[in-house]
Ligand binder design. Structure first.
Ligand code: AMP
Ligand code: TRP
Length: 327
């Protein structure tokens, strides 16, 4: 199957991104044709610094590789290096209604948080995402829960285009992890863990042991002292339990059994230990990659872009033909 997904090169990638997206990517790369993109054109819809962006793009590539993406199995590339993404985005603009875009939760949240009025890029963001996905005849899109609505819209756009211009695009499906599709903030389990959230809300993939320990120590818990999965009544502990299970590679049920009768204090110690141990290889791998960023990492991105370009350039010809732009 053809798989496509991407992460914005903004902020520090955290364990929510890992559990929701990257962990799935790693599993899928063994049996499928995977394309993992660094979506810089999406990142520029929010306030950003041009100097930092370049750095952030390479750092995100390093995160992908350090976390376990194998460049021999998957293509890794930077979105803006394949021009067909923006070209297809424009074409898809013409089959998308403004109302659909205004209904997107991410747009509503992001535009509300802005002091000035939101830019048009923020509104059109999901069309670019649809272009990313549809350009490669993608079948599955592994993402966290917050992206489900955008994938639904991509499906609707593809169907509309196919109806209007004849069958052109595959209809993609979102792939969410069974548990952990929405990892919550350690500070407030009502909010999603996020790159831009309150300090200490997220654990970065490269946090050192001391930082991990401090963040887990100050993570909120629930009343009573029982460890069980009950997101409605015990949202904080349920969230920690999912994180624990995901890094131990066991089911939540198995964790519940293991932790029967254990106090919150001991649970937090165990969780810290699991996180420190699981994230150590990522830190080590990143250190190695940092030294080889100019040659090795750039080379992987350039190979990835070539591969993506080959697929994208033939698809865009088909699209242009269907739309009557060329014969
Ligand atoms: P972003 O950080 O918005 O670029 O997200 C990159 C990927 O991580 C997307 O697939 C998101 O759905 C996923 N993701 C982001 N935050 C979380 C979270 N708190 N829990 C699970 N998945 C997440
Ligand atoms: N919008 C996604 C996010 O914020 C990133 C993204 C852009 C993406 N294009 C994509 C994810 C295509 C999956 C497929 O997380």
């Amino acid at each position: 199957m053809r798989i496509f997904s991407g992460i914005q090169p903004t902020g520090e990638i955290h364990i929510g991104n890992y559990i929701g997206a990257i962990k799935q990517w790693i599993k899928l790369q063994n049996e499928n044709e995977c394309i993992y993109c660094i979506v810089d054109l999406h990142a520029i819809t929010s306030d950003y610094s041009p100097e930092e962006l370049k750095e952030s793009i390479i750092n995100t590539a390093i995160v992908y590789l350090a976390a376990g993406i194998d460049p021999e199995r998957a293509s890794v590339f930077v979105q803006s290096e394949v021009k067909e993404h923006t070209e297809l985005c424009w074409y898809l603009n013409t089959v998308t209604s403004i109302g659909e875009l205004e209904r997107m939760t991410q747009y509503k949240e992001k535009s509300k948080a802005k002091k000035k009025r939101a830019n048009a890029g923020l509104l059109n963001y999901p069309i670019l995402q649809a272009a990313d996905i549809l350009l490669y005849d993608t079948e599955l899109v592994p993402v966290g829960e917050d992206q489900k609505q955008h994938i639904e819209l991509s499906r609707d756009i593809a169907k509309k285009f196919n109806k209007h211009f004849g069958k052109t695009f595959k209809i993609p499906k979102a792939k969410l992890p069974e548990k952990g599709a929405r990892i919550m903030s350690l500070k407030n389990p009502k909010n999603k863990m996020s790159k831009s959230g309150k300090k200490g809300n997220a654990i970065s993939l490269f946090d050192d042991p001391k930082t991990i320990e401090e963040k887990i120590k100050s993570a909120v818990t629930d009343t009573d002292n029982k460890i069980c999965y009950d997101p409605k009544n015990k949202p904080a502990i349920s969230n920690l339990l999912v994180i624990y299970s995901e890094f131990k590679n066991q089911t939540v049920k198995e964790s519940e059994k293991e932790l029967e009768g254990v106090s919150y204090k001991i649970f937090k110690e165990k969780l810290t230990e699991v996180l420190v141990e699981s994230l150590a290889p990522f830190r080590k791998k990143r250190k190695e990659l940092e030294k080889r960023r100019e040659v090795y990492v750039e080379e992987i991105l350039s190979r990835g872009a070539k591969r993506a370009n080959a697929l994208a350039s033939s698809k865009i010809v088909e699209v242009r033909r269907k739309m009557g732009l060329i014969n």
